[in-house]
Design a protein around this ligand. Structure first.
Ligand SMILES: [Zn+2]
Length: 458
C-alpha cells in the first residue's frame, strides 16, 4: 500500500501500551497501524528504530504575545519554538493586545494564528469583557477561559489594583452558564505588596533578585485558591486549577478531586523544571535572561501529584520578553518569565529518565488528559487510526547538554538552561502528517497550523 508518510520500527503508544508497530499516514490522518515488516511504501519514511512514537504534545499554557506584543514573540516564532521541542498544538494565554475578551478580539487572535502558526492552536478566551460575549467566544471555539486574579486588565501591571473578587464571581457565573472551564492564576495583592514592603524595610532595592522569590508564596496562592474553589462550587463552574505547585494548593485540589468537585489541574508551568536561582544573566547580549523565579515550589509534592493523577497536565508557561521590556533592577516594572518552548518538550522527556514519572504518564500529561477534557479526543491525544497524524517521536537514550550555541527559534533567541544535562530528546515533530521538525531543524510553514476546536473535533 502507498502512503504519504510511513513511520517504521518505532515503539508506538496505544491505549493498551507501547507496541512495535509501523504507521501509515494518508493526508492528515493515521491510515494504518501494522506489524513491523508489513509491505508499506511511503512518499516519506522515518525509521524510528529504538525510539518511541507518542501522540503529539500539546502545551496548555504559553504566551505567544500575538496580537499586540509581537516584539516579544508572535504566532510564527512561538510555534516554531514549540515545534522545536515536539509540541504539535498550543493554547496561547490571553494577555495579548487586544485581550480576547470580546468575540471580535478573540477572532482577531484566531486570524493571526491562521496566518502564522506552523502547528495547531486554540487561543484561550478571557471572560472579563461584555458578559454576553463569554458564550459567543465559547461558541466560536475557545476550549476554555482564563483570568488573572492580580489585575483587572492585561497585560499584567503589578502596580495596578487587584481584580474585584465580585467580578471574578460574575465571570465564574458566565462560564458556568456557557458550560466552559475557567482557569485563574491565584493571587493575593496584599501578600504581594507586603513582600515589597519587607524588602524596603530590610533596606534593600526592590529588584528582581531581592523581591521575586517572596511572591506567590504558599499562603498567598493557596489562600487565593481556596476562595476560587468555593466560587467554582457555588456557581457550578468547571474550575481548571492552574499554576498548582505550592504544597497547600496541591493538598486542596487533591481534596476536591476526592470529593468529585473538580476534574482538571495543571502544574509545573516552568517552575520545577529548573532549580531556584538568583542568577541574572547578561541581558545586554540578548542571550540569557533572569531565570530565578517565585517562591520555591515543593517539587517532590508536584512529581507525586503528577504520578498519582492529582495533577493532569503540565504547561510550559513560555513567557518571553524583548530585552527592552526587561528591567531586573525594578521588580515592579519588569516582565516575568522567560522563553521556554524550545526546550519544554525535551525537558518533559528528560524528566522520565530522571525518575519523576514514567512514559505512560508523560503521554497522559502532555496530550491525553488535555484532549479528553476539552472535547478533542481522539482527534488529538491518541494514535488511533482515523485521527490526526500528530506525533512526537523521542529518543529516550540520547544524553546531551544545553549550550549557548544551540539553535533556537523563539523571537528573542534566549536560552534559559545553559549547562543543563538532558537525558532523552525529541527527534521529530509531526503535525497532521507533515514533518515539521526533524533532528532539531524546524521547517514550519506559516499558516499550516489549524484552529482546532471542540466543535471540529467531533
Ligand atoms: Zn503564564
Amino acid at each position: 500500500m502507498n502512503f504519504d508518510l510511513v513511520i517504521k520500527n518505532g515503539l508506538v503508544y496505544t491505549e493498551q501500551g507501547f507496541y512495535k508497530l509501523d504507521i501509515g499516514v494518508k493526508g492528515e490522518k493515521i491510515a494504518v497501524l501494522a506489524q513491523p515488516g508489513t509491505e508499506m511504501e511511503g512518499a516519506r519514511v522515518i525509521d524510528a528504530e529504538g525510539k518511541h512514537v507518542l501522540p503529539g504534545f500539546i502545551d496548555c499554557h504559553c504566551h505567544l504575545r500575538d496580537p499586540g506584543l509581537t516584539q516579544k514573540e508572535d504566532f510564527y516564532t512561538g510555534t516554531m519554538a514549540a515545534a522545536h521541542s515536539g509540541i504539535t498544538m498550543v493554547c496561547p494565554q490571553p494577555n495579548t493586545k487586544p485581550v480576547p475578551s470580546t468575540l471580535e478580539a478573540y477572532m482577531e487572535e484566531v486570524e493571526a494564528g491562521k496566518a502564522k502558526a506552523v502547528i495547531d492552536f486554540n487561543p484561550i478566551g478571557n471572560p472579563l469583557g461584555p458578559r454576553e460575549d463569554v458564550q459567543k467566544i465559547k461558541d466560536a471555539g475557545a476550549a476554555w477561559f482564563k483570568l488573572f486574579e492580580k489585575v483587572a486588565t492585561y497585560p499584567y501591571n503589578t502596580t495596578a489594583g487587584t481584580l474585584d473578587t465580585h467580578r471574578i464571581y460574575q465571570a465564574f457565573q458566565d462560564c458556568a452558564a456557557a458550560d466552559a472551564y475557567c482557569s485563574v492564576h491565584p493571587f493575593d495583592k496584599n501578600f504581594f505588596d507586603a513582600a515589597v514592603e519587607e524588602v524596603k524595610a530590610e533596606g534593600k532595592p526592590v529588584d528582581l533578585k531581592n523581591t521575586r522569590y517572596r511572591w506567590y508564596s504558599d499562603e498567598e496562592m493557596t489562600g487565593a485558591a481556596y476562595q476560587l474553589a468555593y466560587f467554582a462550587r457555588k456557581t457550578g463552574m468547571k474550575w481548571y486549577a492552574m499554576h498548582c505547585w505550592m504544597p497547600g494548593y496541591v493538598d486542596l485540589v487533591r481534596m476536591l478531586k476526592e470529593r468529585g468537585d473538580m476534574t482538571i489541574v495543571s502544574s509545573m508551568e516552568y517552575m520545577p523544571a529548573i532549580d531556584p536561582s538568583d542568577e541574572i544573566y547578561d541581558i545586554a547580549s540578548g542571550k540569557y535572561i533572569f531565570v530565578g523565579h517565585d517562591a520555591s515550589p515543593d517539587k517532590e509534592k508536584i512529581w507525586k501529584g503528577i504520578r498519582d493523577g492529582v495533577i493532569d497536565m503540565v504547561g510550559s508557561d513560555h513567557a518571553p520578553h524583548a530585552p527592552g521590556d526587561y528591567h531586573p533592577e525594578d521588580a515592579l516594572h519588569t516582565g516575568a518569565g522567560f522563553a521556554m518552548l524550545d526546550y519544554f518538550g525535551h525537558l518533559l522527556v528528560s524528566h522520565v529518565n530522571e525518575g519523576c514519572y514514567d512514559l505512560n504518564k508523560l503521554v497522559e500529561i502532555t496530550s491525553v488528559n488535555f484532549a479528553k477534557t476539552f472535547g478533542m479526543y481522539p482527534r488529538k491525544g491518541s494514535n488511533i487510526v482515523g485521527t490526526d497524524a500528530d506525533f512526537t517521536i523521542v529518543d529516550m537514550n540520547d544524553e546531551w547538554v544545553i549550550t549557548e550555541q544551540d539553535k533556537v527559534y523563539t523571537k528573542t533567541q534566549t536560552i534559559p538552561y545553559v549547562g543543563r544535562k538532558m537525558h532523552g530528546r525529541v527527534t521529530h515533530t509531526v503535525v497532521r502528517g507533515s514533518v515539521v521538525m526533524e533532528n532539531g531543524v524546524v521547517n514550519g510553514v506559516p499558516g499550516y497550523g489549524k484552529f482546532i476546536t471542540p466543535q471540529n473535533s467531533k
